[in-house]
Design a protein around this ligand. Structure first.
Ligand code: AMP
Length: 358
């Protein structure tokens, strides 16, 4: 039997945020139906998916019923509890697979994995307690960043340490959670590669984009990134190595620091990624359709970039600018249908055509 899901098949998506929403839209364009599983009420993906289950990740009956109702299971976030995955996996395939989740759920495991592939990361050390933090600071030096091993996102669960005297306060910020210390990478700029691998092992990468953050949250992604030709190839090749090593199926975001000495891998996300939203305007097949194609066993689509794009996130009060952006030429607006525009909350994004730089 072919592993290729026919139109009409049901894709189960764990997580009902904006990524799940845009995955659902892409899946419906290919004739698939989506069933979203989300503990929170009124999820953005629920407005566009055919079915939503509102239940927690500890609800075995709901998880089993969800899995039985779908043909394949994917997800829009990596912090799915292991026990839920164990249960789901018995019923239907989970793509991307468990190894990608195991590696990306824990910064220490992730760094060890990347180093094991011969890739460059920031210097790092496991910090289970105060004594190990002091030892790590002595070895790595400052500035450095203390990060929780698990559940970090948008710069949360991180504390910068500029000198040994700041160690105590930083450790307190971790609130007892296991952490790692990372040496500060003096990077020129940040890029990410959105990479895809199909069920039969073919790999396709979108062009690297340059990311700018504000307050720890992604603000803009621009393509093309101002990378030297050699580095562009390095970025794409290292992403391919990561995907192959994990026998990965789906789209992954690989975040990189660009330094004069080469590329340093910051982190990987086993899912569609905010820094890949530009592909909606820049490519025939965007990251969401590419992910759906991969997990459905379809051939990967054509992700070549045909235009220069800047993606801007609309965060919190940026929503006030929507009427003005809606009148702008060359701008394509994506809103997530979230009820309340809280500070720091990603409400939508806009993709703009960029004139090629001289
Ligand atoms: P992360 O959650 O690990 O992606 O970190 C969020 C942001 O903090 C990154 O995009 C960087 O801008 C910054 N950052 C994280 N780790 C480092 C590091 N080791 N050196 C320098 N900047 C970092």
């Amino acid at each position: 039997m072919s592993d290729r899901l026919p139109p009409g098949a049901v894709i189960g998506i764990l997580g009902g945020g904006q990524l799940g929403r845009m995955l659902s839209v892409a899946a419906s364009r290919l004739g698939f139906r989506c069933h979203v599983y989300e503990p929170g009420a009124n999820p953005p993906a629920g407005h566009v998916a055919e079915r939503v289950t509102t239940a927690g990740y500890d609800d075995a009956a709901a998880l089993t019923a969800f899995a039985e109702s779908v043909d394949v299971i994917t997800y829009e976030f990596e912090n799915i509890p292991t026990a839920a995955l164990d249960l789901l996996e018995k019923v239907r395939p989970i793509r991307p697979g468990r190894e990608a989740l195991r590696v990306s759920q824990d910064r220490l495991v992730e760094k060890d994995f990347l180093r094991g592939l011969g890739l460059t990361t920031a210097p790092y050390a496991d910090v289970p307690d105060r004594a190990s933090l002091d030892a790590a600071l002595a070895g790595i030096g400052t500035p450095a960043i203390l990060k929780t091993r698990r559940f970090g996102y948008d710069g949360k669960g991180q504390a910068r340490i500029d000198g040994p005297e700041a160690a105590g306060a930083a450790l307190k910020d971790m609130a007892g959670a296991p952490a790692i210390l990372e040496g500060f990478v003096d990077f020129s700029f940040e890029v990410s590669v959105i990479a895809a691998r199909g069920l039969t092992g073919e790999v396709a990468c979108f062009d690297p984009g340059e990311n700018r953050h504000e307050g720890g949250i992604l603000r803009t992604t621009r393509v093309p990134a101002p990378l030297r030709a050699g580095m562009q190839a390095d970025a794409v090749l290292l992403a391919g190595r990561i995907l192959n090593a994990l026998d990965y199926v789906g789209v992954m975001g690989v975040e990189l620091f660009v330094t004069p000495g080469g590329l340093v891998v910051n982190e990987i996300a086993p899912r569609v990624h905010n820094s890949g939203h530009w592909t909606q305007m820049g490519c025939a097949i965007d990251q969401f359709e590419q992910h759906v194609r991969a997990v459905a066993g379809w051939p990967l689509g054509d992700g070549r970039r045909h235009v220069d794009v800047e993606m801007e996130n609309l965060i919190g009060a940026d929503m006030d600018r929507v009427p003005e952006i809606a009148r702008e030429g060359g701008a394509s607006l994506h809103l997530y249908g979230k009820a309340e525009a809280k500070p720091g909350r990603k409400m939508g994004h806009v993709n703009r055509l960029r004139p090629p730089e001289a």
